[in-house]
Design a binder for this molecule. Structure first.
Ligand code: NAD
Length: 297
């Protein structure tokens, strides 16, 4: 298939590369020329403009940093939506607020275009390995059409509901992730403060009712697990600034329905403070350091 791909950053770069590997013809566009060069090295074609990237495309995919970037790309006078062929399927994989996802999809529908939201879980590792989880919102038939393309980049494709539902499901998940990461970090610190070995304590909690993904797959205590950011100075992985962004989206969603999210609110405050203490670019499991005693204990 001919695929127009927007945003070849940390996630979009390897996702576009996996589409090329699967035999698709990818025309990529990014505002950063260096990143576009990288995409070309993995077999994509570099488009000179957004309009050129969608020319002849049967599928258009975007993986952008924010709702503003998504609106900017598709809508307005210079928006690319009008240039997308009406028979093409538009898949926005960016993590943005559900209202924007619904608005842009509705405008696309008014212009006889079909658009779905398909934010991802799985991080840069999942993007590289082609094992992402796609959490989609949109018409059932459109998601079925998207499935074979998404399966070139991921292992699982879910439909959460109509347009915007993919974004909502994704931020529910990430709010919970933030909460159990913080809970895991504080439990490990308290155990260590009392002289327990965090590795032994982790094994005990994994076999007990405290077991959770942060403890089991992404342990935040340095050295307990290999190949996780905690054992690499908290580099790589999912940045605190991105977790902050997702928690902001979760609180925005909670506000619009008057949902009570006390743990999500606290998680947002803790991650904001942590980011402001120099950890913005570090992996989100670095919240472990937030609980560390001043003497490094
Ligand atoms: P990134 O900043 O590395 O990449 C985004 C790219 O989009 C940049 O290269 C930027 O130049 C480009 N861009 C912005 N506006 C554009 C436009 N109008 N046309 C073309 N390109 C444009 O960000 P990322 O880490 O790849 O994340 C992308 C999205 O995926 C975000 O919404 C993020 O929340 C989500 N996400 C990220 C992770 C992660 O671990 N990094 C995990 C899951 C979801």
């Amino acid at each position: 298939m001919k695929i127009g791909f927007f945003g070849v950053g940390h996630m979009g770069g390897p996702m576009a590369a996996n589409l090329v590997k699967a035999g698709h013809e990818v025309s990529a566009f990014d505002l950063v020329p260096e990143l576009l060069k990288g995409a070309v090295e993995t077999g994509a074609k570099a488009a000179d403009s957004a309009a050129q990237a969608v020319q002849g495309a049967e599928v258009v995919i975007s993986m952008l940093p924010s709702a503003g970037a998504v609106r900017g790309l598709y809508l307005g006078e210079t928006g690319v939506l009008k240039q997308v062929d009406p028979s093409a399927l538009i898949i926005d994989c960016s993590t943005i607020d559900a209202d924007t996802a619904r608005d842009v999809a509705a405008i696309a529908r008014e212009q006889d275009r079909v658009m779905i939201d398909a934010p991802v879980s799985g991080g840069v590792g999942g993007a590289k390995a082609g094992t992402l989880t796609f959490i989609c919102g949109g018409p059932e038939d459109a998601i079925q059409r998207a499935r074979p393309v998404l399966e070139c980049m991921g292992a699982q494709v879910f439909r959460a509901g109509d347009n915007g539902a993919g974004q909502l499901a994704k931020i529910c998940n990430n709010m919970l992730l933030a909460i159990h990461m913080i809970g895991t970090a504080e439990a490990l610190q308290m155990g260590a403060d009392h002289g327990l070995d965090p590795a032994v304590l982790s094994e005990i909690m994994k076999a007990s009712s405290g077991d959770n993904w942060s403890l089991d797959k992404y342990n935040p205590w340095p050295g307990v697990m290999e190949n996780v950011p905690a054992s690499n100075e908290y580099d790589g992985g999912f940045a605190v600034k991105l977790m902050n962004k997702d928690l902001g989206l979760a609180l925005q969603a909670a506000l619009s329905t008057q949902s009570a999210t006390p743990m999500g609110n606290l998680a947002k405050s803790l991650y904001a403070a942590h980011g402001n203490h120099g950890y913005s670019e570090k992996d989100f499991s670095s919240i472990q350091r937030f609980f560390r005693h001043k003497d490094g204990g």
